[in-house]
Design a protein around this ligand. Structure first.
Ligand code: IMP
Ligand code: MG
Length: 179
């Protein structure tokens, strides 16, 4: 375990199992559909996106978007900026947003509206982690890997000040690292 962590919350094996479970659910739900695009939110979704993709056995494309609501702290600011937009149009596409964690819900609420305004045929959300206790805006999350408690977690794509994204597990950061 990395020395800056208090404990490991979710292991790599558990994440792989979750990716398989969610991919199977997605395959069932989208049977007979066409024009499916998985949109990963950078940078946090990279590891999870790769796992999910490998397990989805149907015709689909991928795209990425980068938005920021956090700045460098550990609390959401509620304001969302687009840093990198989609590279292909999504009108009439079935969009599955792939996210690392849903916290306040501000980021996803913004992106759902943004995609609907771009005339997506459907928009669903697939997140590795969900922190329901911290929700500020209500959103429907269709696919959830794990619910996590109200602790700041890093690893498997999730960062603190851009670090720890490379860890192959999810862990709780020691509070003294960010206080
Ligand atoms: P929201 O807009 O508050 O739902 O925040 C979503 C974004 O905040 C995620 O995409 C993460 O980048 C970041 N975030 C929220 N909670 C955590 C955490 O515990 N660890 C690392 N990043 C987090
Ligand atoms: Mg982040």
């Amino acid at each position: 375990m990395h020395k800056d962590l208090e404990k490991i919350l979710i292991t790599e094996e558990e994440i792989h199992e979750a990716a398989k479970r969610l991919a199977a659910q997605i395959e069932r739900d989208y049977e007979g559909e066409r024009d499916i695009v998985l949109v990963g939110l950078l940078k946090g979704s990279v590891q999870f996106m790769a796992d999910l993709l490998k397990n989805i056995d149907m015709m689909c494309t991928i795209d990425f978007m980068c938005v920021s609501s956090y700045g460098k702290g550990t609390k959401s600011t509620g304001r969302v900026n687009i840093i990198k937009d989609l590279s292909e149009p999504i009108d009439d596409k079935n969009v599955i947003i792939v996210e690392d964690i849903i916290d306040s819900g501000n980021t996803l609420s913004f992106i759902e509206k943004y995609f609907s305004a771009k005339n997506a045929k459907s928009v669903r959300i697939c997140t590795l982690l969900n922190k329901p206790s911290r929700r500020e805006v209500e959103i429907d999350v269709d696919y959830i890997g794990f619910d996590v408690p109200d602790e700041f977690v890093v690893g498997y794509g999730l960062d603190y000040q851009e670090y720890y994204r490379n860890l192959p597990y999810i862990g709780v950061l020691k509070p003294e690292v960010y206080s």
